[in-house]
Write a protein that binds this ligand. Structure first.
Ligand code: DGL
Length: 304
């Protein structure tokens, strides 16, 4: 389904491993008055964060569980506000979900391909391993150079809620140097946590590289031709946050990212998130047992 239809939904579920997806929520909440009165349900799987160095099978399992949880919350669309999840589990989430699932990578890759400049992508190790950005960009512009770089320190920095520490600049600088050596002209913030390090990146890049925040690309794509630009703080939308880790930790990190948290934080256990999947697993066992019963327990031809 085309990303453009996302603006028509009113009960939107988003998820990420932690606070990174708030960079997406921030942009979606700015969608114009047309879509006011929406209900946003946000899952931050903080107990299992980071996702970025996990293998695909594990990420697919977590995504399945979160999709089930959000569907249980009665959402009518799901946004994968976690590019690692989208890189590893977009197709499986689409198959599993009875409601439309949207990602950020598709729109961003289209936009970047259109710029026709050497692209740098900063992302998690799992996203880089998938090469999803380069694959999609090159599918549109085969000649374009795409350099993907894993930045494993960035997610814990943002999750800590202490972004403005001197040490942050040191970590960001190392990776910026690598990018500059590659002479990239545009930089995709390929993990939803990274827009919260934008001021450090801008400071170090000194205007030499155009920064692309995929959430902004998605919002602009959705609002093309529409008027209005509301802030998160003045919307009449309703926000609920569900986290698998500490509520206080999430609130602290979220406040350091957004300045404010526009709704309550509910702590849910990983078991709760898995509940439906667990139920399905039990159902599968029951079905398998029932099916095995249909094959005759007593051989039809009993030896005399
Ligand atoms: N924010 C996520 C992403 O966009 C996941 C980061 C992580 O948990 O490693 O990739």
């Amino acid at each position: 389904m085309a990303n453009g239809q996302l603006k028509d939904f009113k009960r939107i579920g988003l998820f990420d491993s932690g606070v990174g997806g708030l960079s997406v929520l921030r942009e979606l909440a700015k969608l114009p008055a047309l879509a006011k009165g929406r209900k946003f349900s946000y899952v931050g799987d903080t107990a299992r964060c980071p996702y970025g160095n996990r293998d695909s099978a594990e990420i697919v399992r977590y995504v399945d569980e979160i999709v089930d949880f959000l569907v249980g919350k009665n959402v009518d669309a799901i946004v994968m506000a976690c590019n690692t999840s989208a890189a590893c589990a977009f197709e499986s989430a689409q198959k599993r979900s009875p409601v439309p699932v949207f990602d950020l990578i598709t729109t961003t890759a289209e936009y970047a391909a259109g710029l026709n400049k050497k692209v740098g992508v900063m992302a998690t190790a799992s996203t880089v391993r998938s090469h999803v950005f380069s694959r999609l960009i090159k599918s549109q512009q085969p000649g374009l150079d795409v350099f993907e770089l894993a930045c494993p320190e960035f997610v814990p920095i943002v999750e800590s809620g202490y972004i403005d520490q001197a040490t942050t600049m040191g970590f960001v600088e190392q990776h910026v140097e690598t990018l500059l050596k590659q002479e990239v002209e545009v930089l995709i913030l390929g993990c939803t946590h990274f827009p919260f390090l934008r001021s450090q990146l801008e400071y170090l890049l000194k205007g030499r590289v155009q920064i692309i925040d995929p959430a902004v690309v998605l919002r602009e794509h959705l609002t093309a031709g529409l008027n209005g630009n509301n802030n998160l703080s003045c919307t009449q939308d309703e926000f609920n946050f569900y986290v698998t880790g500490s509520a206080d930790g999430f609130a602290r990190a979220a406040t350091s990212c957004l300045g404010t948290l526009p709704g309550p934080v509910h702590v849910i256990s990983v078991e709760q998130i898995s509940e439906q999947s667990l139920m399905e697993k039990i159902t599968d066992v029951v079905i398998a047992a029932a099916e095995s019963m249909t094959s005759p327990v007593v051989p039809s031809t009993v030896a005399p």
